[in-house]
Design a protein around this ligand. Structure first.
Ligand code: BES
Ligand code: MN
Ligand code: ZN
Length: 493
């Protein structure tokens, strides 16, 4: 699905279909009014028939016989003021309706209604992102592709001449974001027997070649030399060697401190010796979605050519049981020198991340954000709407929260105070890798905080948001929109 912008009077358009917004049950936008006049009142007559319910997301197709073949009337609800929620519902509905109409190209004027508290640029962006989200298919692993082609193939956003250049730029940036989201979704959806740590490393190298980014891949030997005892302890039980993947995007002066994104890349989490139950274990192929979001964000940022420096660090490993695997009670020494008692081998995400967080220090970062499908407890706390956000820095919390809200990819802050550190006490080592059932996602974040020293740090627990289960099972690409928005704002500021 390709998006572009165009400025022309609606009377002069030639297109298979046009999308017209309707508010308050009957109010057309600027283009709708003009087209209604030009078509001898065909559109207002359709509205008067009452066939378009006022509910946001209702649609009505009207056939025309001029150079515009059809109009899809899209309802934005019965109040004149359109809320963000109603806007998104209606835009999604327009794409769903368009998928069943035999038109390859459409012209959208949906942004002719105002959305409360949101800019015109935001309306253009969300149309692109919603459209690409509905068009996404994962068919790489099918022997035969589904014959149906996704419609519409081309979407033209009709804009006024003034500000047309800005609008065009906005649409290009939004497509870059959608490309990043798609990459994260593809990597997430790949099965564990294909998407191994080495596969992730190859995907990073490919991305690096495409966008001229430096990529380093550390092998097990190099991790041993760095004394990454925690990461290596997770990889011990696996036949697949672990990888530490580093991607450098340089969009600003090399003197400018980078933002480092650290991703959990467990390409399959069996739980290890603390084996998980069989039900739904297949979903643990998604345990590398943090890593996928790092690559997806770097793809978006690189295509946007943002004036900022970003380093992606991915700790990639499988978590498997075997005769060599780490056992409950084993004590390992992390790169930071802190010793860890591994009471549960299923709490492996924090073990690979702690060494990656220590490694991140060498980039002298301004800010480090780690992204991880870290705890089932986070799904219990927040469900599937918000990612969990943990940080000691109020300003950083505000930045990430606002970026998420703006991008329709929200996060919600949870506590991270020292009161919870107590739960991680070990009689034998500096720290235990689990803190018991109460506040499981908070104690996981507390564990990480002990290694995130020397920079501003935030942790995103995406266990509930990175993929959908059930009939529509699949990776969501979250939190690529949040992270990209965060970096766009940083690059501008
Ligand atoms: N990858 C899982 C977390 C997870 C579980 C995410 C289910 C999404 C759905 C993580 O490695 C894990 O197993 N965490 C344990 C931690 C526990 C042993 C302290 C959990 O959440 O049960
Ligand atoms: Mn686990
Ligand atoms: Zn895991």
């Amino acid at each position: 699905m390709k998006f572009s912008t165009r400025s022309a009077a609606v009377e002069r358009l030639r297109t298979e279909a046009i999308w017209l917004p309707v508010t308050g049950g009957k109010q057309l936008g600027r283009s709708g009014e003009a087209l209604d006049k030009a078509s001898g009142g065909r559109i207002s007559a359709a509205l008067a028939s009452g066939d378009l319910p006022a509910k946001a997301g209702s649609t009505l197709l009207v056939r025309l016989d001029g150079s515009i073949r059809r109009a899809l009337l899209v309802s934005f609800g019965d109040s004149a003021e359109v809320s963000e929620k109603h806007w998104t519902e209606a835009v999604r509905a327009a794409f769903r309706a368009a998928a069943n109409i035999a038109a390859d190209e459409v012209v959208s004027t949906l942004h002719e209604v105002a959305v409360s508290g949101r800019s015109f640029e935001w309306q253009l962006r969300t149309q692109v992102v919603c459209g690409r989200e509905t068009a996404y298919r994962f068919e790489q692993m099918k022997s035969k592709r589904e014959p149906q082609t996704a419609r519409p193939k081309r979407v033209t956003l009709l804009v006024e001449r003034t500000g047309a250049a800005r609008a065009e730029n906005e649409v290009l940036q939004a497509q870059a974001l959608a490309n990043g989201v798609d990459l994260a979704r593809d990597l997430g959806n790949l099965p564990g027997n294909v998407c191994t740590p080495s596969y992730l490393a190859d995907a990073a190298r490919k991305l690096g070649r495409e966008f001229a980014m430096k990529v380093e891949v550390l092998t097990e030997r190099q991790m041993q030399a760095l004394k990454m005892g925690a990461l290596l302890a997770v990889a011990r039980g696996s036949e697949q060697p672990p990888r530490l993947i580093v991607v450098h995007y340089q969009g600003a002066s090399s003197r400018q401190a980078p933002v480092v994104l650290v991703g959990k890349g467990i390409t399959f989490d069996t739980g290890g010796i603390s084996l998980k139950p069989a039900a739904e274990m297949d979903e643990m192929k998604y345990d590398m979605c943090g890593a996928a979001s790092v690559l997806g964000t770097l793809r978006a940022v690189a295509e946007m050519k943002l004036k900022i420096n970003v380093v992606g660090v991915i700790a990639a490993s499988e978590n498997m049981p075997s005769g060599r695997a780490t056992k409950p009670g084993d004590i390992v020494t992390s790169m930071s020198g802190q010793t860890i008692e591994v009471l549960n081998t299923d709490a492996e995400g924090r073990l690979v991340l702690c060494d990656a967080l220590t490694y991140a220090k060498r980039f002298r970062p301004r800010t480090v954000v780690d992204i991880a499908t870290l705890t089932g407890a986070c799904v219990i706390a927040l469900g599937h709407h918000h990612s969990g956000l943990f940080t000691r820095e109020d300003a950083l919390a505000a930045e990430l929260t606002e970026a998420g809200r703006d991008a329709g990819d929200s996060c919600w802050r949870l506590p991270l105070d020292d009161a919870y550190q107590e739960q991680l006490k070990s009689p034998f080592a500096d720290v235990a890798n689990i803190g018991g059932r109460p506040a499981g996602s908070v104690t996981a974040a507390c564990f990480l905080s002990r290694f995130a020293e020397g920079y501003d740090w935030a942790h995103l627990d995406i266990a509930g948001t990175a993929w959908k289960s059930g009939a529509n099972k699949g990776a969501s690409g979250r939190p690529v929109p949040l992270l990209t928005r965060f970096l766009v704002t940083r690059a501008e500021g």
